[in-house]
Each structure stands twice: as C-alpha cells, then as structure tokens.
Design a protein around this ligand. Sequence first.
Ligand code: SF4
Length: 213
Amino acid sequence: MGDWREARTLEELYQAIKDCTRCELARTRTHLVFGVGDPLAEIMFVGEAPGYHEDRQGLPFVGPAGQFLDQLLRSIGLSRDQVYIANTLKCRPPDNRDPLPGELETCTPYLFKQIELINPRIICTLGNHATRTLLRTNTGITQLHGKLIRKNNLVYVPLFHPAAALHKPPLKAVLVDDFLKLGKYLEEERKRWEVMSREPAKVETEPEQMGLF
Ligand code: SF4
C-alpha cells in the first residue's frame, strides 16, 4: 500500500486504502465502501456509514434510501453519476451501531482526501452524524437542514438523511423542499466560482519608480 496522502486521483487513493486495517471495523466488513460517482462532481453527498446492503455490494446508498436519493437528484436535474456519494466511515459498524469517535478520527482523513481530490462546490451532509462530524458542531440537523454553511473554505448544505424520511414520511416534503434550495445554491456557487476564475491572480509588483524633476 502506497502512502494514501500522496494520491493524485481517486483511483490512486482507492488502491492505497482498499485493504485498510487501521480500525477494528476491518475485521467485520465484507467490503470497504469507498464511494462512487463523478470524480469532478459539483456536489458531494456524505452519509454516515455503510449499512447491510452497502457492505454486501461495496457501494454507498443502495436500497430504498438510495432510490429516494436518486429521485431527489432527478428533481433538480441531476443523476447519480453526476454527483459523488461517500460516507464518513468506509466500513460497516456491526449491527449498524453508531460509529465510535475513534473510528471516525481514524477514517475521516480519507474522506477529506476525497474532498480535496474532487473539489466539489457543495458538500451535502446527510443526517445528524455526518453533519456533526464534518461541521464539528453539536447543533442538530433539525436546526441546520437546508442552510448553506461556509467553513474552512468549503461549502456545506446539511440535509435530512433519505432513510430517515422513509421512516418519517413528513420529512419527505422537507427533503424535497431542501433539494429545491440546493438547486438554487448550486446555481449561485457556479456563478461565484466563475467570478473567482476571472479574478486576476494577486501578484506582488515592484513599486513604480517616481520620476525625477
Ligand atoms: S472504517 Fe476506515 S479506518 Fe476503519 S478499517 Fe475501514 S477504511 Fe480503515
């Protein structure tokens, strides 16, 4: 395994970490779930951890929650292969228990390396755990969902987890509404990036020489 910190592409990162044994979850996983989607995605979705089906298939967001996510993406004119989807943890905690702080500390540097390589315009944290982990906040998803938050040069939009909406139907309408906001945020971020790309690079110039009279 090469040094994952040196990876220049997602594929290099995957090759460097695919046999990771840095925490106990390596012993119980079936597959490490690295992430899937467009390596140049404008939007990246981050969930908590792989569940049963994800662990079996090695893919994030499969099953009914994944289908609902696809439906929400279509509502703003996007498909799954135009975004990138990953989790805070790459291996499934046994019995879907919550990730332990030590596991998150060990695993999330991989996620931040993925974020660095993809350089998305917006990162959507899905659910309480992913939101608290990435934004390092104790404020819950109920207060934060649908808001655009800038932190450490990254742009976040926390959203309810699609699986939560399947269990609590009133959350479905909230998610649909938040996705409409997300579509608008994306338009605004595209414009902001375009303006930034047009701004001349700031370079130090020699002070102008004063004429002598
Ligand atoms: S959860 Fe992360 S740190 Fe732990 S074994 Fe899996 S990839 Fe490695």
